[in-house]
Each structure stands twice: as C-alpha cells, then as structure tokens.
Ligand binder design. Sequence first.
Ligand SMILES: Nc1ncnc2c1ncn2[C@@H]1O[C@H](COP(=O)(O)OP(=O)(O)OP(=O)(O)O)[C@@H](O)[C@H]1O
Length: 229
Amino acid sequence: MSQDARPVPMVRLQGVSKTYRRGTVEVPVLAAVDLTIDTGAFEAFMGPSGSGKSTLLNLISGLDKPTTGTAEVAGRDLAQMDDRELSDWRAAHVGFVFQLYNLIPVLTAAENVELPLLLTPLTRGERRRHVAAALELVGLPHRVGHRPPQLSGGEQQRVAIARAIVSDPDLIIADEPTGDLDRKAAEAVLDLFGVLHRELHKTLVMVTHDPHAAERAGRVHHLDKGVLQ
Ligand SMILES: Nc1ncnc2c1ncn2[C@@H]1O[C@H](COP(=O)(O)OP(=O)(O)OP(=O)(O)O)[C@@H](O)[C@H]1O
C-alpha cells in the first residue's frame, strides 16, 4: 500500500500543549504531545493523578482547545470549527463513557439511551429501534423501563455505553470506565468494549488506572506530568 493510500488516522495530535491560567499563574498541563491513533484501534492512557489524562481526552473530543499545536480527529482539524460545528461534529462522531455513568436518575434506561438521538432528525419509531438495538447489544433488553437507582453499577455503566453508541459514533472516549465497578462488573464492561472494537470496528480511547483494563487495549500510553512517555 502506498503512503498516500493509508487510511486517515482517527486522532492526530501534533505539538499539542495545554496551559491553564489560574489568575496570574500559568499551569502547564500537557507539553509537546505528538500522538497518532489509527482508525479502529483500542488504546489506553495511564498515569498518575493530575498527569493530564482527562485534559488529553477533552482535547481529543473537542471539549477543550490546545494552547499550541493541532488536533485532527475523525478527519477534521478541530481548531477550524466554531462551537456550533464542534458540537454537531461531537454528536456525530464521539460517544462518551464516564466513571460515574452520568445517567439522569429520573429517566428510564431507554430514555437515557435515547437522549443523544433527540438532537437528530430520526422519527420517534426510528429512535425506539436504535435504543432497543443498543440496549440489546449491551445485554440489557430486560431493563428498558428501569431507572438508574434501580440498576447495579455495572448495569448503569452498560446503559451509559448503550447511550454512547446509540448514534453510531466512530470514536468512543472512556474516562475511567471501570473505576467504580467491582471486578466482575468491570470485566463485563471490558468484554463489551472488546465487542465494540472487534465486531463494530469502533476506535476506543480509554483512560484507566486499572492494569486489567489497560491489558485489553492494543497499546498503552503513559503520561507523566503532562508528557507522553
Ligand atoms: N479547567 C482547568 N483549570 C485549571 N486547571 C485545570 C483545569 N483542568 C485541569 N486542570 C489541572 O490540570 C492538571 C491535570 O488534570 P487532569 O484532570 O487532566 O489530570 P488526570 O491525569 O486526568 O487526573 P486524575 O487521574 O486525577 O483524573 C491538574 O493539576 C488539574 O488541576
């Protein structure tokens, strides 16, 4: 295959740094990060607390902008988009999974999963079919009418994964997805990530402190004081 025929990587960061400003004090968080993540890869990021892992995820998902350098994700230079374009781009391309699930407690599992679809032109019937398919995929078709407080932590995280994939994004970003789960529930979530990666060809980018979780990834990056090792 010639160089030009290579598929566009899902993530390409070049010379990315991030400095936050607290009053007059500048806080450097990421320095000179060069990173390429191929489309279809499953990659993990580990590192001590405060090393910049969540900041890196925020830059990859366009939730935050680099201080210097360029971030190209899913074929777009994120700096070239205004906030409206970025939010449409995120809705189409990125699914998020958080440590504490971030489900809305008063909504049922099905209603939580449906949320990202309310921004799309899909009809109610189409939305229902997508929601049913996503909950089936995560093994929870029998929990559609349950609300988060009626579900175990592992079930809540699987509902959150259904919500992350319901709009069929290419990129799944997971920040400590097993951080609040016992081993068995964590393994179920990681098995599911394996299915998303191998069978649905999603690109997965996961931050984790859990070596068992990192083992599932094809590549593990280490961040230390904002520097990619
Ligand atoms: N919006 C912000 N304003 C100022 N400082 C920030 C902001 N966001 C993060 N920081 C600082 O940047 C550093 C890195 O934070 P980040 O959340 O990326 O680390 P992390 O590696 O994900 O940590 P943890 O494992 O504890 O979640 C921390 O010192 C944090 O205080």
